[in-house]
Ligand binder design. Structure first.
Ligand code: MF3
Ligand code: CO
Length: 249
């Protein structure tokens, strides 16, 4: 069952999302060669305290941090570490979520560390475009599969592949609600989209094949072929007129 949110609830989720969105604005300047992923985590810890929210990830199924920081061939769920340095030419995906007054916010972006290969810029642009096109397809009358197809076609037409093993999700009073929001699918299939549905759309796009595996730490997801991967995520509300992004400052 897909939980429909009232206008009041959507407003509460917009406040949670705005705090997530502002985190990315503020954290951006910390992303530079020589910084550790743990320095980003320390900033996130300070940020949640300063904003009077709870980090959504820390403690979730035993996850040890507020952020996921996934570098290059790491797809998602990379754990911040004092020993992990960002290097010139890397790309780093940052995923962050909060709980405010019982409602969840969640977003992710991939950043270039200094000057990166043209192919990585293309990968990041295609992943962000896939998210934008997925969001544009999230309107009443369309079906869930129409979001999935928009994401998949954007990524694949740029020569990349979409991860199958991890998907987007409904979100509300829990971080993960029904439905799953795959980044691949068939047009015109799945549940009908209706006003009040709130979804986290989050394409994970690989430069090579779509296969992934989990590292021995039990969390870090990497591409099977060790090609680079990008990840962009927003929480959106389906409205009468179309979709509204909730995870923006
Ligand atoms: N954005 C991710 C998700 O929606 C964050 C989960 S990371 C975890 O699933 F560590 F909390 F699991
Ligand atoms: Co998510």
């Amino acid at each position: 069952m897909i939980i429909i949110k009232s206008p009041r609830e959507i407003e509460a989720m917009r406040r949670a999302g705005a705090i997530v969105g502002r985190f990315f604005e503020e954290a951006k300047s910390l992303i530079r060669p020589g910084a550790t992923t743990y320095s980003l985590e320390e900033f996130a810890e300070e940020y949640v305290v300063r904003n009077g929210v709870k980090g959504a990830f820390k403690g979730y199924l035993g996850y040890p941090a507020n952020l996921c920081t996934s570098i290059n061939e790491e797809v998602v769920h990379g754990i911040p570490s004092r020993k992990r340095f960002l290097r010139e030419g890397d790309i780093v995906s940052i995923d962050f979520g909060v709980v405010l007054e019982g409602y969840y916010g969640d977003a992710a972006m991939t950043y270039a560390v200094g000057v990166v290969p043209e192919s990585s810029l293309k990968l990041m642009r295609a992943t962000e475009a896939a998210l934008e096109n997925g969001i544009a397809a999230a309107r009443p009358g369309n079906r869930l599969g129409d979001i999935s197809v928009a994401v998949q076609e954007t990524a694949e037409s740029a020569g990349f592949s979409v991860v199958r093993d991890f998907v987007g999700h409904g979100i509300g009073k829990s971080m993960h609600e029904e439905p799953q929001v795959p980044n691949f699918g068939v047009r015109g299939t799945g549940p009908k989209l209706a006003p009040g549905m709130v979804l986290a759309v989050e394409p994970m796009v690989n430069e090579g094949g779509y296969g992934v595996e989990v590292m021995p730490d039990g969390w870090t997801v990497v591409t099977k072929d060790r090609s680079r991967s990008a990840h962009f995520e927003h929480v959106i509300a389906v409205m009468e007129e179309g979709s509204m992004i909730l995870s923006l400052p």
